[in-house]
Ligand binder design. Structure first.
Ligand SMILES: [Zn+2]
Length: 364
């Protein structure tokens, strides 16, 4: 193989790789600066007991844990036979709360996130709210080539048909313009089963739910193929220690040699510094041998700077040593645009090229 042939092969391999985006509660908060459709701001995990009125429910039992973290409390409820009723009430209250969060009519960062990636790319969500799914469903009819979505902690917007072993959108805010989005399976009409949201911390036994288990399996298979991994508003709390172990193992699989051009991006609220990253993330950072790129806004990340061409642009910079010239960039003011204007004017040229199978990015 000549040097040119080798370089060509590496280039082809690199652009075939995925962009993986891991989102947590911070992404939902960034997507709703003015609150949801009703003006409600989503609760953060630390305030969930207060905001959801769980105190009244929890007063019925004498908890041993002094923790105010809902996952710690849930673990105790799970282990104690005398707490079964309270546990069910907590589960229901959380499900009801997150089911009511509705995406605003205007564009959100979640819309731009969905539009910034293609089918080979994956958005991995740790969130219970269905905002990402709601954003996805309002674009899927217009744009066929959209990223895959994974929900590692369950989601209020998905129900599973146990007969067909398939998930379908459920919930009152999902577009209800045809029979597809009813709460029964569109194939066999069986009742869809809502996903379980809470798991005890010590044994996050995702294996118990075949759907959640399959989501984790898929992630483990693909995560080492992420040329860019973006972590958006996900802090990897101590209660997710098992999740981080799985992610770390998957990273290690590919080997250091192949990962030297990989990029780890972190999008966090303004004022966040890398020192605040949890230890779990530092282990992954140490392994990738790159200092992660920290952005304080979605609009600074490669997702907004090179929508739908993130890996192609990274190849130009990392492998060719040039600067990529974006065809279109998402800016904060795009959130004020209408859907038609965004897709047909702003993204028009980009999408037209895709119809001709052209994913090239110019460089200088
Ligand atoms: Zn079915």
């Amino acid at each position: 193989m000549t040097r040119e042939e080798y370089e060509e092969k590496i280039s082809k391999w690199y652009v075939s790789r995925r962009h993986i985006v891991i989102i947590g509660a911070g992404a939902s908060i960034a997507s709703l600066p003015d609150g949801d459709y009703y003006g409600h701001k989503p609760s953060c995990m630390n305030d969930i007991i207060e905001d959801l009125g769980l105190k009244d429910i929890l007063e019925k039992v004498n908890l041993k844990t002094k923790s105010h973290n809902i996952e710690d409390i849930y673990s105790e409820l799970y282990e104690r036979d005398d707490c079964a009723t309270v546990r069910e009430q907590v589960e229901q209250a959380i499900f009801d709360y997150y089911s009511k969060i509705r995406i605003p009519d205007k564009l959100t960062i979640y819309d731009l996130l969905v539009l910034s990636l293609r089918k080979k790319d994956v958005i991995v969500s740790f969130n219970w709210d269905s905002l990402l799914l709601q954003a996805y469903l309002r674009w899927e009819k217009e744009i066929k080539d959209l990223p895959q979505l994974l929900f590692l902690h369950g989601n209020v917007g998905l129900g599973v048909c146990d007969a067909c072993h398939a998930p379908f959108p459920i919930g009152e805010f999902l577009p209800n313009d045809d029979k597809f989005y009813s709460n029964s399976c569109p194939n066999c009409h069986a009742q869809l089963r809502p996903l379980k949201l809470l798991y005890p911390v010590k044994h996050k036994d995702y294996n118990k739910d075949p759907f959640i288990n399959a989501q984790w399996d898929y992630l483990q298979n693909i995560i080492c193929n992420g040329a860019i991994t973006t972590v958006f508003g996900y802090k990897a709390p101590a209660s997710d220690v098992e999740a981080m172990e799985i992610i770390k193992k998957a990273f290690v699989k590919l080997g250091e040699e192949s990962r030297q051009f990989d990029i780890l991006e972190i999008i966090e609220r303004p004022g966040f510094s890398l020192e605040e990253l949890t230890e779990s993330w530092w282990e992954i950072v140490d392994f990738t041998k790159h200092t992660p790129k920290l952005y304080h806004s979605f609009f600074e990340s490669t997702l907004a700077r090179f929508p739908r061409r993130t890996i192609e642009a990274a190849k130009i910079y990392n492998l060719d040593g040039h600067f990529a010239i974006p065809i279109c960039q998402f800016k904060e003011e795009d959130l004020e645009k209408g859907a038609y204007e965004l897709v047909h004017n702003k993204m028009g040229e980009l999408l037209k090229k895709e119809m001709q199978n052209d994913y090239s990015v110019e460089s200088k």
